[in-house]
Design a protein. Structure first.
Length: 446
């Protein structure tokens, strides 16, 4: 089966992405990212963001200079090996290291040395959740315990994530303060492992022969937009909790494209055990797995549903009220304090400015969710690429309508939509199996 050629906006993007062998978009990516990092370093009101920008600017600028040299070499028709996919991938790895991993390590070292302004709140609450998990068996504080904290510390008493997120706080809880026990280091390690595995699976996925080079370019671009893009690099360096969630979801999509529903279910199940954002992704992917047959759906569902339930069960048994207070009441705006996530998307603006706005925004969010659910029931995605598109556009709608949200969440739809282009060229595994089964019969009749 040869994948359909892109049309419309997808075709326009595909054409632009091929300009100068992909180097034009590379240069725009690194150059604009350098500008963003510079502006962040000079103007951000958040100290961890300014520190990120100061380091990341150099990394992005260096990558932009390297791509410029590649374009000159291509224009002269010399050193073709320096302008191919391998060289572009090497610059991508350098750019991510310099713009995300290096600033992260620098901030972790400075924080371990006593700089209290070198981590966002989510790092602190994850590490405190790890300590509570180790001592009490649940990472959550109940409402009364949070109310007993000083007013300035009540926000940090909440852990608005799924219980699995607290595992990233265990190194600091067990060993103590060191740069490598910072939760961000473990966010980064999990992300690297998941993305490396996802790329390996995608590159092994069967691709129609005329599309092999285009597939490699699409995979590289998808990786760039999930790593080097400032919204991703900044998030990993300063907070980081969303990045492993995203990486495990992308790995699940790659595994589905490779015909491995059981492993895909485990990957998205890990993501869903970390953060609620992965739950709708798991639902969409379950819809796709169902189109592959009952056995595929069961194999996928065991991990996708079983892992989040297994993660929730201990916290439910220890203190169900604390679990509800942290993962339900607080995100919905009914906690003792309100979430600082207040980016001016439609949902937040409606909640903040209209009478009964929070109820209106919640109703719109539920309506969007129901519309997507109906779409999945009536016409489930038939390919991993279509599933990635549903995830991307669905999460974009959710982020726009959530009463409490932030710009950083856009990393999810951006990465899913970019991943769809790489998945679109992979031949679905069942079709490959059918081709293999049909060959002996074809040979017998020839």
């Amino acid at each position: 089966m040869v994948p359909k050629a892109p049309t419309g906006l997808s075709a326009t993007w595909s054409s632009a992405d091929r300009a100068a062998g992909g180097l034009t978009v590379d240069l725009l990516l690194y150059g604009l990212s350098a500008v963003f990092a510079t502006v962040t370093a000079l103007t951000s009101t958040l100290a961890p963001h300014r520190a990120w920008g100061a380091v990341a600017t150099v990394g992005y600028a260096t990558a932009a200079v390297a791509v410029t040299a590649q374009m000159v070499a291509r224009w002269r028709g010399s050193a073709s090996g320096l302008t191919g996919i391998g060289a572009r991938a090497a610059i991508t790895v350098f750019a991510w290291t310099a713009s995300a991993l290096l600033p992260m390590v620098v901030q972790c070292v400075q924080r371990a040395a006593g700089r209290v302004d070198r981590a966002q709140e989510e790092v602190i609450v994850v590490e405190q959740g790890g300590l509570r998990l180790l001592e009490h068996g649940s990472p959550y504080l109940g409402r009364d315990a949070i109310a007993a904290l000083p007013a300035g510390e009540q926000l940090l008493g909440y852990l608005p994530y799924q219980p699995g997120m607290a595992l990233f706080g265990l190194p600091r809880a067990t060993v103590g303060v060191a740069w490598w026990t910072d939760a961000r280091v473990w966010f980064g390690l999990a992300t690297v492992a998941a993305l490396v595995a996802a790329v390996a699976v995608l590159r092994r996925s069967p691709v129609a022969r005329p599309e092999t080079a285009a597939h490699d370019r699409a995979v590289l671009r998808a990786v760039q937009l999930a790593t080097v893009l400032p919204v991703c690099a900044l998030t990993l360096a300063t907070g980081g909790d969303d990045i492993p969630v995203l990486a495990f979801c992308l790995l699940a999509l790659a595994l589905l494209a490779g015909g491995r529903p059981g492993a895909a279910g485990l990957a998205v199940g890990l993501a869903a055990a970390l953060k609620l954002f992965a739950w709708p992704v798991a639902l969409v992917l379950l819809g796709y797995a169902g189109t592959r047959g009952r056995r595929a759906a069961i194999r996928f569902g065991v991990g996708a549903v079983g892992l989040p339930i297994a993660a929730l069960l201990p916290a439910q048994l220890v203190d169900s009220g604390a679990l509800l207070e942290n993962v339900v009441h607080f995100p919905l705006g009914h906690g003792l304090v309100h979430s600082p996530a207040q980016s001016p998307f439609p949902g937040y603006l409606i909640a903040a400015t209209l009478p009964g706005g929070r109820i209106i925004a919640a109703a719109l969010l539920v309506g969007a969710g129901l519309a997507i659910a109906v779409r999945l029931a009536r016409r489930p995605p038939r390919t991993p690429a279509e599933a990635a598109l549903v995830c991307g556009y669905g999460l974009l709608a959710a982020i726009a309508l959530m009463p409490s949200t932030r710009f950083g969440y856009l990393l999810y739809p951006v990465a899913f939509l970019a991943w769809a282009a790489a998945l679109r060229m992979a031949v679905p595994a069942p079709a490959v199996e059918e081709n293999h089964r049909s060959r002996p019969a074809a040979a017998a009749t020839s």
